[in-house]
Write a protein that binds this ligand. Structure first.
Ligand SMILES: N[C@@H](CCC(=O)N[C@@H](CS)C(=O)NCC(=O)O)C(=O)O
Length: 229
């Protein structure tokens, strides 16, 4: 029996946060094109939402929108949330930080195309600071080399989010690999380890074969590529 339906575009960007998780836990899910819900039906569903991704949960016949809310919901369902109040809150913070980085790298979800000087400010100041935020969080919780995870000894939604963010980013834009290595070496290693987990590795292998280095799509991906390449 099917557990979930994920409505998203044929792109990794925000969808991979959810897909990596569903793959990791072995949930039975189908990916549907976002246009099946968005925009016509998005106000008519149970728990309406403004934009993809949407996750339909079969057992509760309920929809959820907003990537961070979806990931927190799945984290609770599959016991991938830290138990302590502080680290539980940090799991949500890590997902929200990730979503902020997605918004910033797409110049506020593609509201305007990148200008060289703004891009350089982002790439050489803001993005390294974000990378350091993730690195420090991991270090503070014992992430070191091949040991530990973002928020302690157990893999949580925070590791899935971090990998969906930076693993995807450096696959789509290999030019940013060195930026990550320099500013957040433990995070680079963590992404590598999570991407090597068997179910995730299988999924990413197939996705990357199909989509190549596609990232967020649209004019904003073209603008990003113009800046980076
Ligand atoms: N805050 C929302 C952002 C959703 C969002 O911006 N979705 C993009 C794709 S990643 C989209 O298709 N937006 C269309 C729109 O905003 O109308 C989330 O985290 O899920």
């Amino acid at each position: 029996m099917l557990d979930y339906k994920l409505y998203y575009w044929d792109l990794p960007f925000r969808g991979n946060f959810i897909q990596l998780f569903l793959e990791e836990v072995g949930a039975k899910y189908e990916r549907h094109d976002a246009t099946e819900l968005y925009p016509e039906r998005s106000l008519k569903i149970k728990n309406p939402g403004m934009a993809p991704p949407y996750l339909y949960e079969c057992k509760s016949k309920t929809y959820f929108a907003q990537m961070p809310a979806i990931l927190m919901h799945l984290g609770r369902e599959y016991d991938y949330l830290p138990k302590r109040a502080e680290t539980h809150t940090l799991a949500l913070k890590t997902i929200l930080d990730s979503n902020d980085v997605l918004m910033e790298i797409t110049n506020f979800n593609g509201m305007a195309m990148w200008e060289k000087s703004d891009w350089e400010e982002f790439r050489y100041s803001r993005l390294p600071d974000w990378m350091k935020v993730f690195e420090r969080t991991g270090l503070e919780h014992g992430l070191k080399g091949d040991k530990g995870f973002m928020l302690g000894a157990t893999l949580t939604v925070a590791d899935i989010a971090t990998t969906a963010l930076f693993g995807t980013m450096i696959h789509s834009f290999p030019q940013l690999k060195e930026d990550l290595q320099e500013n957040a070496p433990q995070i680079a290693n963590l992404c590598h380890r999570i991407e090597a987990r068997p179910a995730i590795k299988r999924f990413l292998g197939a996705q990357r074969e199909e989509l190549g280095n596609g990232y967020c799509g649209g004019q904003i991906e073209k603008s990003l590529r113009k800046m980076i390449e």
